[in-house]
Design a binder for this molecule. Sequence first.
Ligand SMILES: Nc1nc2c(c(=O)[nH]1)N[C@H]1C(S)=C(S)[C@@H](COP(=O)(O)O)O[C@H]1N2
Ligand SMILES: [Mo]
Length: 393
Amino acid sequence: MNSISHLSRREMLLTSGLIVTGLSQPSLGQNPGSEKDLVFRTTDPNNAEPALQRLVESWITPTKYFYVRSHAPNPLINASDFRLSIEGMIRRPLTLSLAQLKRFAEHSITATLTCAGNRRNEFNREGNVGGVQWEAGAIGNAKWAGIALADVLKHAEVLESAKHVWFEGLDQIEKGDAIIPFGGSVPIEKAMLPVSNTQTHPGVLLAYTMNGKPLTADHGYPLRTVVPGYIGARSVKWLGKIVVSDRPSPNHYVATAYKIVKKTQAIDWSEAGPIYRYPINAAIASPNPNAVVAPGALTLTGYVLPSGILGSRVKRVLVSTDSGKSWTSAELTGQDNDYCWQLWKANVQVTGDTTELIVRATDNRGGFMPARVPWNAKGYLQNSWYRLPIKTR
Ligand SMILES: Nc1nc2c(c(=O)[nH]1)N[C@H]1C(S)=C(S)[C@@H](COP(=O)(O)O)O[C@H]1N2
Ligand SMILES: [Mo]
């Protein structure tokens, strides 16, 4: 059994007699991004995104500018007591300390994480959506190091009839009257792929470092999954348990949340499948929304993420200053890597009639950004043309 402190931050503050309601407190544990690096959408738990201009300053996102999406306060985990259990449809159940995990071969990958709710606030133009009101900053590209999930599963000897692998976090999320962990799930085929940043190795990493340093508390210390190509919700932080099964995880965050539904009713949830891969997406990072711009030459910058499919690469990034009547090609300025975003730059001519700047993109796997994404109740996978209002003088 994991001997981990199960006191959540909320319980700690309550037992220490502090009343926390409405107070903005820094999280316990290491080094959360500070208020000047990230815009906090909520602070209990931490949900924060960087300003877009900061975000596109470098192809690798510094940890301080990497968005944080947490459903509960960070669990306090003592690394020396930490254990990962591997159970279910395997011949050899395992309980491994961090030191034991680190005996598997180390791998590092660079991969982009993006929340399925990135750009959620744009859905409000058609009808309000609940949840964290993300702008376009719930995305980041980091270098992760750890061990291959496939190596651990091979050691555990997976049964032939296994079809899915579940991940469970050590966080404690209040859901109605219950306290549940965050959970994720991937098909067994994805779980068994080897790891490395080459076209044939898009497997799952059990990561203990991010950008060369131990994971911060906000990003899942001491261990998380990183699932290249899948929405961020499948990259489970504070990983405590892996279960091999013949079905997807029954955890709320697989079985109910993170599905595209028109209404949040039982029938809609049960009929929709879990989201795995992310679609292509792009945004304009500069100028700022509602910037006042002189007619004439203007340089736009932003990011573009090709769809989370093996070998997917950005094909075209197109920008428009006349509401989509004509388009100019942008140039890519980042690095070319599987399961990673690219940065882009475009020189355009703004006229006195320009009211908005638009970006759209395509990839070599048939991915494109539609002019409009149908509204969905949870505000997931907004990847329509990104429209930035500006003013001309
Ligand atoms: N245990 C746990 N893992 C989690 C979450 C969580 O709340 N708890 N949030 C998920 C979601 S929705 C996203 S988008 C990513 C965000 O990772 P980050 O905070 O490191 O950016 O973590 C995922 N893993
Ligand atoms: Mo997310």
